[in-house]
Design a protein around this ligand. Sequence first.
Ligand code: UDP
Length: 367
Amino acid sequence: MKYDYLIVGAGLYGAVFAREAENAGKKVLVIDRRGHIAGNVYTEEIEGINIHKYGAHIFHTNDKEVWQYVNQFAEFNRFTNSPVANYRGELYSLPFNMYTFNKMWGVVTPEEAAEKIEEQRRAAGILEPKNLEEQAISLVGTDIYEKLIKGYTEKQWGRPCRELPAFIIKRLPVRLTFDNNYFNALYQGIPRGGYTKMVSNMLEGIEVRLGVDYLEEKEELDALADRIVYTGAIDAYFGYKLGVLEYRSVRFETEVLDKPNFQGNAAVNYTDAETPWTRIIEHKWFEFGTQPKTVISREYSSEWKAGDDPYYPVNDGKNTKLYEEYKKLSISEEKVIFGGRLGEYRYYDMDAVIASALKMCRNELGK
Ligand code: UDP
């Protein structure tokens, strides 16, 4: 065998595994179907601005080990995610905090805000939330659910909130303080110079072949290595033989504008049901850009179909069950490690992907 590891996918999981394997003295080959590294965290420069080509990625973590790990490969700036919600021209602060409650209800103190939420929660009569709608109402009440959650979530997931799992909304903090920081994380920022540079630093000195489709040349590629780390979609690996796992896909309409400032913030979420896009990203604000022009991306969510890029796994009951079946099949593939968002069919944040890759490295490489 020429290589100890063939790593399929040059995204975060693959890049971390490749780095650690190489450091442990293993011979590693990384391949990717796309013509570039970095998977969906890929950034590309336009007008001197790093564009998050496959959607906004804001690094945040509570895990000190992961934070120290990524800081070996990039210097992080002090960007703090604080998206604004636009509901039919009314602007609200996110995540839900005292600024949001003040704008929504005119309440001034945390007690008043808590009372208002409690009143709406009681009126809705939800004891044990069983789906996203009930979870949202019990967290923030009906007004916020109707204006800031329902439309956005149903556009993003293409399903009624009553049919979505409650955990999706638990990603969003609710605070009785004046704090617009979207994440409750200890560490947060954007790698200066973009994510592509960070992943490229991770892959330094490692052989990478781009534009190689593993599943199309599986036999020849498998023959090259003792072990395979597969970070593509698990159902695709098995030729969809048990059925197709559902994903949401995302489409971006990116525009260069001849003005320095379009919306004054990196992310503005359009939370009504009528606006066809879910959000607009103005990329320069991730790095406090001072360029004379600006680049914006309107983000449209759609159901994944064959040929599209899969983005978000739809972790509802039906898909979770099907994934479990694929997982059972994967255990008999003794040569192969399945990892990452697509390999494990999980709605992963970047830090969790890295933590999971590092954990796998400890098992696999004994370090
Ligand atoms: N969400 C919402 N309104 C918003 C932003 C988020 O209702 O303005 C909900 C929605 O259900 C979404 C979830 O929170 O699916 C997580 O959103 P987030 O923006 O964290 O997801 P991302 O796409 O960034 O992973």
